[in-house]
Design a protein around this ligand. Structure first.
Ligand code: GLV
Ligand code: MN
Ligand code: MN
Length: 425
């Protein structure tokens, strides 16, 4: 990976605009209070009450800025310049990210990119500059899939991947998405109206925190993303036989939790010892009835596999399936594997990469090229449009935890690079 130091003056043909740093940082602070728990983490799972509050706040902020706001059938929030200012003849530049978080997550993952996109539109509107591409900001609904396990929900609908979404999506606890979606202005029966056809987006840009240690350790303030990892999420359902923890002899047990433990460690081994895929994680266990003196009846565990190579990802999934079949046979259990989501790796567009890198250099920021190990809506939108992503450093390299943070100067630098990239296209 190369670090690039900088010196060149701004290119003369790109308007020299900057974001309003105080406004951006103030909004980030404000959104960090929505859904904050006692530990300082953010609990804003997609379509939860806190998510609805954040969405309402975004709409208020955008409207107060004089922008036009709409919500599509999937619950995506779309922000445009108002009629009379927006030029629909121009090619569309979509800029976005998500407002929802994981359970006990951080303040920047997703929200930073949405607020920076808002900042780009507001700055362009206020400046009177006429960009060659019409910027449209989007807050994608339920990117994380924390409560409703359909990650990339909003972006998948936008690109038309409706067939792979459940007809009646449910939350982990069985709550139907239908009502939750209606409460934010969406409509499960009208998802087709939220689909954007091939060619309708000239380019998609997403600004995000890196969520890893690379930029911080190199000292570069901007990352130009080369590509985004592929990801397969499976739910393994292990069914055994419930029983009394004190009276059921060991040899008579069909304990799904002990089997789940075996599967969990083997999944770790797929990435760690066998190196079949880059990373493998069991992040969620649901145990029924989850009682200390009862042998469990059913256990569900999620398996999250990631790799930049789709073939390796397939092999890792097959290894999980083989492993599960062995455990089922050895322990006389019934084990099913359900596919939660399969997301292909995606490459960033060369032209957008260069535009981001040039913008960083012209603004005096050091950048480096790097891949993304986290998933992003950008990899879904890549199916219908060229995609580019900008990263800023994560303090301590951590994310999906309350400690997730980035220096103010880096947050502003990232937003300025986003703005400049939008203006130079
Ligand atoms: C999305 O946040 C992911 O898990 O990579
Ligand atoms: Mn995330
Ligand atoms: Mn994110």
């Amino acid at each position: 990976m190369t670090s690039n130091v900088v010196a060149s003056p701004p290119a003369p043909d790109v308007p020299a605009l900057s974001v309003d740093a105080a406004r951006l940082l103030g909004r980030i602070e404000k959104f960090a209070s929505i859904g904050r728990n006692a530990a300082g983490g953010i609990e804003r799972e997609g379509f939860s009450d806190a998510d609805r509050e954040a969405r309402a706040e975004l709409i208020r902020e955008a409207e107060a800025a004089g922008l036009a706001v709409g919500v599509d059938a999937a619950g995506n929030i779309l922000i445009r310049r108002p009629e009379g200012t927006a030029c629909t003849e121009r090619p569309t530049l979509l800029i976005g990210s998500h407002l929802d978080t994981v359970v006990n997550g951080g303040r920047l993952d997703g929200t930073y990119g949405v607020l920076a996109a808002l900042e780009v539109l507001q700055t362009v509107l206020e400046s009177g500059v006429e960009p060659a591409h019409e910027p449209v900001a989007v807050a994608f609904a339920n990117e994380e899939g924390a409560r409703f396990p359909q990650p990339f929900w909003g972006s998948k609908v936008l690109v038309g991947r409706l067939a792979e979404l459940p007809e009646e999506p449910l939350a982990h606890d069985g709550t139907p998405l239908r009502d939750a979606l209606a409460r934010v202005g969406g409509d499960l029966d009208a998802l087709g109206t939220a689909v954007w056809p091939q060619g309708s987006v000239a380019a998609y840009l997403e600004l995000h925190v890196e969520q890893g240690p690379v930029l911080e350790s190199s000292g570069d303030s901007i990352g130009v993303v080369t590509g985004i990892t592929g990801r397969t999420v499976l739910t393994v359902v292990v069914r055994g036989e419930a029983g009394h923890a004190g009276t059921t002899p060991m040899e008579m047990r069909r304990d799904p939790l002990a089997a789940a433990a075996r599967i969990l460690l083997a999944v770790e081994g797929l990435a760690q010892e066998q190196q079949l895929c880059r990373v493998a994680t069991v992040g969620r266990l649901d145990i029924r009835p989850n009682s200390p003196n009862t042998i469990a009846e059913e256990v569900q565990l999620t398996v999250d596999l990631r790799d930049g190579n789709p073939v390796r990802l397939e092999l890792a999934e097959q290894a999980v399936r083989n492993l599960v079949a062995t455990v089922a046979q050895e322990r006389r259990l019934e084990i099913d594997v359900e596919v939660g989501t399969r997301t292909e790796p995606a490459q960033a567009d060369r032209t957008l990469r260069d535009a981001i890198a040039d913008s960083a250099v012209e603004l005096g920021h050091r950048y480096q090229l790097l891949p993304s190990g986290a998933g992003h809506d950008a990899q879904i939108v890549a199916e219908i449009a060229p995609m580019g992503m900008i990263f800023v450093p994560s303090i301590g390299g951590v994310s999906h935890v309350p400690e997730e943070d980035t220096k103010s100067g880096d947050l502003v630098a990232g937003a300025d690079v986003l703005l400049r990239t939008a203006l130079r296209l």
